[in-house]
Design a protein around this ligand. Structure first.
Ligand code: PHE
Length: 348
């Protein structure tokens, strides 16, 4: 190594000569890489020579600096040329040693595919698109106000027990437990215009993880607001949807239920083919299978969204596409969806 303090022009000249001589005898790529580290690595000699510029007495600094840079350029160029030559020689050698047989069959290209959850979401979007619904996305991190209060669930409402969730370190900011807060966002953006949207997205609940429930899952919410929207519209829409997704012969059953943000509230079941060997297990012997919650938008919620309940009405529904997929494909464990097991994913 050349000392830092006193770099002279002759040091540079001998550095250049030595480097070029060593470069000339590098036989292959590894040797060239070693050469490069020796001169251009972090502790390389050329790098050191350049760093030394600052320590050169003022009157000589300019000449030395110019020369050091010229040497750097010259060596870089020489290295690149030699490297390209070595690569070409290696390629030629391998082509003659292992001549290419162009008649061999090609290697199959691995085809990717859409995740089953994406496939089902797209299927749902397209069914609703045919009925004039647009997709509207809202946030996954919500305020307690949006997720609960404006949906008619004040802080001590017992219905909150159904939706225990994850809290952030900011008080009142939570991960949404359902896509329903999206209803408020859409209404506030579009009132007083009529609305026909679906709100898909990820939801979170603080739950014991089982084969039927996960702490993270997708939902597709639907919201229709207008003048003279009735329960008949809700039933017709859901029935049309269920038949498109599950088959034209499906029967749909509506049971009364309770949600704080709809009045009246219902749950929707579809009948399951009795000849399906899984029918008994899936329907717990009833022959019916629940696919979503729904109802007429509660007047309090309409008002919170900026619509006068005396003039406007609407319906909303919410479903879990993972549940629906499990039904369609007889998947018995919801944890498979986000488990990233290719053996599972490749089946769809
Ligand atoms: N948000 C409800 C849930 O997560 C589902 C629902 C949506 C019910 C819209 C009625 C209307 O269980």
């Amino acid at each position: 190594m050349v000392g830092l303090a006193r770099k002279t022009m002759s040091d540079l000249a001998s550095l250049e000569q030595r480097a070029l001589a060593e470069l000339a005898v590098c036989a292959d790529e590894p040797a060239l890489r070693a050469w490069n580290t020796k001169y251009f690595g972090d502790k390389g000699e050329v790098v050191a020579a350049l760093k030394a510029i600052g320590a050169i007495p003022k009157e000589e600094r300019k000449t030395y600096g110019q020369e050091a840079n010229r040497v750097k350029e010259a060596l870089t160029k020489a290295f690149e040329g030699t490297l390209a030559g070595a690569k070409e020689r290696a390629l030629n050698a391998s082509l003659t040693a292992n001549p290419l047989d162009v008649t061999l069959p090609g290697r199959p290209v691995q085809r990717g595919r859409l995740h089953i959850a994406t496939q089902i979401m797209r299927q749902i979007y397209s069914i609703f698109a045919d009925m004039g619904f647009q997709v509207y996305r809202t946030r996954e991190v919500e305020s307690d106000e949006m997720n609960f209060e404006l949906l008619n669930m004040p802080p001590h409402h017992p219905a909150r027990d159904m939706w225990d969730t994850f809290h952030t370190t900011t008080p009142g900011v939570i991960l949404r437990t359902h896509t329903s807060p999206g209803q408020i966002h859409v209404m506030r953006e579009f009132h007083p215009n009529p609305i026909r949207v679906i709100l898909p997205g990820m939801c979170y609940r603080y739950e014991a993880i089982t084969t039927r429930s996960e702490i993270q899952f997708q939902q597709v919410e639907g919201l229709v607001i207008g003048q003279h929207v009735t329960m008949a519209d809700l039933k017709g829409t859901i029935t049309a949807f269920a038949r498109r997704l599950f088959g034209q012969e499906r029967q749909v059953r509506f049971r009364s239920s309770y949600f704080p943000f709809t009045e009246p509230s219902i749950e929707v079941d579809i009948d399951w083919p009795r000849d399906d060997p899984n029918a008994d297990r899936l329907t717990k012997g009833t022959g019916w299978l629940e696919i979503m919650g729904a109802g007429m938008v509660h007047p309090v919620v309409l008002r919170n969204g900026g619509y006068d309940p005396a003039e406007y009405s609407g319906f909303a529904f919410g479903m879990g596409p993972q549940r629906i997929t499990m039904l369609k494909h007889a998947i018995d464990d919801i944890r498979q969806f986000w488990g990233n097991d290719l053996r599972f994913l490749r089946q769809f």
